[in-house]
Ligand binder design. Structure first.
Ligand code: BGC
Length: 737
């Protein structure tokens, strides 16, 4: 079908080329014509039926173009960590292609942990090229839902708890993907903060939290990144599904932010024709005829925005103004992508893409603790015991729609073995059995069936630990249901499968123990004081083992910092305070308001296990000469703060310098401090660099919900230069006048 249309499009284009010489071709086929002119030209030639046909799906991942006019189909793909394998036309089952294996890039939580906009650009460029090669027009990602609770099964697909960090990291990803003529589809707009009841939960919160915490990253994606599409989320907001939520789609996204692209529904997110018509839904995907789970085959014409819409128009019950607006948005998307003339070819599985995945992964790893400089693995180590299932488990498969079919995946154990070479003996013991799934999301996973009893596994692990110079325990979560997984939230903060007891037992027999946590979420660590070294390893994709070994052996100096807070216990975190129920099938009010993540922990004076922004290095940095350019900033003005950072250790390393601002007194309650900017700098031993941040009035504002405007109040502020939210190096006072 797609090929046929491409041929038609080529025929139509060449017809027009001939006609253009006579200057009488329709503008929509003229690549040099302005976008809006092309859109109006196409729209004016489309029949009512053709218009309705382009605003809903025609298969699992495509929508129809206008074959008669040579306007091609629009092809979507998941997203957000790699290009999903082909599924059948009308089923989720694998299509069984042999040429759709690709690279899995690190999960977005790992990308966020780099705090590095260049890494985000590299990620976007690489995944954009893979999408382009696979002839996809819309990449379903990236995700920027704010990390509200560590139990959200999809946090691994998002960029952490802070709107400034997520907002700055998402922009380069989008810009680089779209250079390939592939639209990003930023998801899941908005307030999709839990999975289990994602279709029914009905979120409400105050406008300050909405505007200050949950929307800024989406706004940045649309206004600064220029994302051509956005995906509406499954949940309700104030009693109305987000896929046809007037306030979120019409008033805020298209009204206040001026978004001119297409709102694509999450798969099965549309529930009502009239609301979808009037409340901003542009392109309906994944609807099932019984609501959400099942349906007759090829039900596309019975979608809410298909025949039912056509019928209402024909009966004169609704007009066509909304239809034309939806079509304009879909046509813009097609002209920007599928019908773009100068599209590059793209590439998959290239050396450059593997190198990008490896670098991003290594840069995202966070060294949480390193007593006695146990890491990197010292030169005198002759025997390493690697223990834990996650060293041998494939992590690119599973977790839901982000599951990938990779050309290869370097497991963590393989990465360690390869780097250890002949000089260091590496023994492996599993220690526990977690996942034994042989297939996930229709993809085969490496078979790791285990015959031994759990007692035997522990015994064997302890024996291996006793006889090694160093133990690297590789555990954490995985992509099974109720772990880091779409559709089902986690059931608790604890590590699953008895890992806590195993870690304690190993720490008794070998003091040189490194714990590596593979997860996209915070986990409880009751053993935190008993092990000298802890590494947050994330899901690192195809090159996981290489990235991990790069850091463990010191070829890469770790420089990642946490994009979210690790609480000591679940009840410390804002969504679970005082035993609040989670997840919520029905109404859920975000009582904590703007106090999300570190804002909450600081507001309530709760000590976290590891703070937002925390991350160690194998070298040390000294901060000095913190300066502020003026004591006073005027409305509309700016000032500069600067600090000198010196590498005081003996190896090259990178430091993430963070700028937080506090408002000393204000009419409405504000957090202790809020992240406003950050910079990552690389320093050779003894080298110093000066980091400069510009402070503008906008960075001092809060959202006044009563007046519905951003306000910067005159008064005293403090600029904090910090290495982490709990490690402020200098505080500089200034006034807004
Ligand atoms: C997920 C989306 C995904 C879509 C298509 C939905 O269930 O929530 O993130 O893009 O499926 O696979």
């Amino acid at each position: 079908m797609k090929k046929q249309l491409t041929v038609l499009a080529i025929m139509a284009t060449s017809l027009v080329c001939c006609k253009q010489q006579k200057n009488d071709g329709p503008a929509y086929l003229n690549p040099d014509a302005a976008l809006e002119q092309r859109v109006e030209s196409a729209l004016s030639l489309m029949t009512l039926e053709e218009k309705v046909a382009i605003i809903h799906a025609q298969s699992k991942f495509s929508s129809a173009g206008v074959p008669r006019l040579g306007i091609p189909e629009l092809w979507c793909t998941d997203g957000p960590h790699g290009i999903r394998a082909e599924v059948l036309w009308d089923e989720w089952r694998q299509a069984g292609w042999t040429n759709d294996s690709i690279i899995a890039f690190p999960a977005l939580s790992a990308l966020a942990a780099t705090w590095d906009k260049d890494m985000s650009a590299l990620y976007g460029k690489s995944i954009g090229e893979e999408a382009r090669y696979r002839e996809k027009d819309v990449l379903l990602g990236p995700g920027v839902n704010i990390y509200r609770t560590p139990l959200n099964g999809r946090n691994f697909e998002y960029m952490g708890e802070d709107p400034c960090l997520a907002g700055k990291m998402v922009v380069p990803y989008i810009q680089e993907v779209q250079k390939n003529g592939v639209a990003t589809c930023v998801k899941h707009y908005a307030l999709n903060n839990e999975e289990t009841y994602r279709h029914t939960t009905d979120v409400d919160l105050d406008d300050r939290a909405l505007y200050e915490i949950y929307l800024p990253a989406f706004k940045a994606a649309v206004q600064e990144g220029g994302s051509w599409t956005i995906m509406s989320s499954y949940n309700n907001y104030r009693g109305q599904h987000v896929s046809h939520n007037k306030r979120l789609l019409c008033d805020i996204l298209k009204g206040e932010w001026g978004f001119d692209g297409a709102v694509i529904s999450d798969w099965g997110g549309v529930h009502n024709t009239l609301e979808a018509i009037h409340n901003g839904m542009d392109l309906e995907f994944g609807t099932w005829t019984d609501g959400l789970t099942m349906g007759k085959t090829n039900a596309y014409s019975s979608y809410f925005l298909a025949d039912p819409y056509l019928k209402l128009i024909k009966e004169g019950k609704v007009g066509t103004t909304e239809l034309d607006d939806k079509c304009r948005r879909v046509l813009r998307t097609i002209f920007r992508t599928a019908m773009r003339q100068d599209k590059p070819y793209g590439a998959i599985n290239s050396e450059a893409h593997y190198a990008a995945a490896r670098t991003i992964g290594a840069n995202g790893i966070v060294l949480l603790k390193n007593e006695g400089n146990l890491l990197p693995v010292a030169g005198n180590v002759k025997k390493i015991a690697v223990i834990g299932e996650n060293a041998i488990k494939m992590m690119t498969v599973g977790g839901g729609s982000s599951s990938l079919k990779c050309q290869h995946e370097i497991l963590l154990l393989d990465g360690i073995r390869e780097r250890a070479g002949k000089d260091i003996e590496v023994v492996y013991e599993r220690g526990y059995v977690g996942s034994v799934l042989k297939e996930q999301d229709g993809l085969t996973v490496k078979n790791i069936v285990e015959e031994r009893s759990s007692e035997q596994l522990v015994e064997d692990a302890l024996e291996a630990a006793r006889n090694a110079d160093i133990v690297i325990f590789v555990g954490g979560l995985n992509k099974d249901p109720h772990q880091d997984s779409e559709g089902r939230d986690r059931l608790g903060l604890e590590l699953p499968y008895g890992q806590d007891a195993l870690i304690e037992a190993i720490s008794q027999v070998n003091k040189n123990m490194v714990v590596a946590i593979v997860s996209g979420n915070a986990v409880a660590m009751p053993w935190v004081d008993k092990v000298p070294a802890i590494v947050q390893t994330w899901y690192l994709g195809s090159e996981a083992g290489h990235s991990f070994a790069d850091v463990i052996f010191g070829d890469v100096n770790p420089s990642g910092k946490l994009p979210f807070t690790f609480p000591k216990v679940l009840a410390d975190s804002p969504a679970h305070f005082e035993g609040k129920p989670f997840p919520n099938r029905g109404k859920t009010y975000y009582d904590e308001g703007i106090f999300v993540g570190y804002r909450w922990f600081e507001h309530k004076n709760i000590e976290p296990l590891f703070a937002f922004g925390h991350g160690l290095s194998y070298t040390t940095f000294e901060y000095s000469d913190a300066k502020i350019s003026r004591q006073t900033i005027r409305h509309g003005g700016k000032l500069e703060v600067s600090v000198k950072v010196k590498n005081t250790g003996d190896r090259e390393g990178a430091e993430i310098v963070q700028l937080y601002i506090s408002d000393k007194e204000s009419r409405l309650e504000r957090p202790e401090k809020e992240l406003k900017d950050f910079a990552k700098i690389s320093l050779k031993p003894s080298e110093s660099k000066t980091v400069r941040f510009r402070i503008t009035e906008d960075m001092l504002k809060y959202f006044d919900d009563a007046a519905h405007e951003w306000v910067a109040e005159d008064g005293d502020f403090v600029a904090h230069i910090a290495a982490a939210s709990d490690d402020v190096k200098a505080s500089l006072d200034f006034k807004l006048q």
